[in-house]
Design a protein around this ligand. Structure first.
Ligand code: C5P
Length: 221
């Protein structure tokens, strides 16, 4: 069994940035579970699968073989033998992932794969339900959050830097909608585990958050 760190929280709290840096510092493999939901979403979009139709989702899930590989420690998502990692950040893929992730059959599809990855090596795994459902026995659980305003501002600056036209209010509305969907769904909602350490990053720098988590890892290891 590897040393397992679970890091959950809402969209835009900085989980992946932080988890990658902690992984580097503490020699963990960073497992991005959102990328797995996004990987299924790519298949659903390509094959015209309706996210409202559970039967269709179930049939599609049966046809998907997902492999997670690490190339230079960077996670690559393969769907039926094809590396689709380059498509995961598309807006349509994110929206499809968020809708499908509420459906139990979709979550079941990924659960075993996520547990296998954590059993095989030392990991820091990020998502929404890692501390509550996927790895309830994780050695360390973090719930990383930030205010909607902070998360919207970070996303706005990120897009602006890439030269993408965007509107701060629209981004904030999108974040609120995703929070609502992730935390009110029946299956594995976004929720802080009772034994998770809460970190609000609204007024902390990336380096500060990484330092706090790295020092918690050392205490537990
Ligand atoms: O974190 P990321 O934005 O890549 O995740 C995409 C979507 O997948 C999220 O909006 C969320 O609904 C879903 N997700 C989930 N459980 C996880 C990881 C992601 O429901 N463990």
């Amino acid at each position: 069994m590897g040393f397992n760190v679970a890091i959950d929280g809402p969209a835009g709290a900085g989980k992946s940035t932080i988890a990658k840096l902690v992984a580097e510092k503490e020699q963990f493999i960073y497992v991005d579970t959102g990328a797995m939901y996004r990987g299924l979403a790519v298949y659903f979009l390509d094959h015209g699968v309706s996210p409202e139709n559970e039967g269709e989702l179930e049939n599609a899930c049966e046809k998907i073989k997902m492999d997670i590989r690490y190339e230079n420690k960077v996670q690559q998502v393969y769907v039926n033998g094809e590396n689709i990692t380059g498509r995961l950040r598309e807006e349509a893929v994110g929206n499809m992932a968020s809708v499908c992730a509420a459906v139990p059959v979709v979550r079941e599809k990924l659960l075993e794969l996520q547990r296998e990855l954590a059993a095989a090596q030392d990991v820091i795994m990020d998502g929404r339900d890692i501390g509550t459902c996927v790895l309830p026995q994780a050695d360390l659980k973090i719930f990383l959050t930030a205010s909607v305003e902070t998360r919207a501002r970070r996303r706005y600056l990120e897009l602006k830097e890439k030269g993408v036209a965007c509107d701060l209010e629209e981004i904030a509305a999108d974040i609120r909608e995703r929070d609502e969907r992730d935390s009110t769904r029946k299956t594995a909602p976004l929720k802080q585990a009772a034994d998770a350490v809460l970190i609000d990053s609204s007024d902390l720098s990336i380096e500060e958050v990484v330092a706090v988590i790295a020092s918690l890892c050392r205490e537990k290891r």
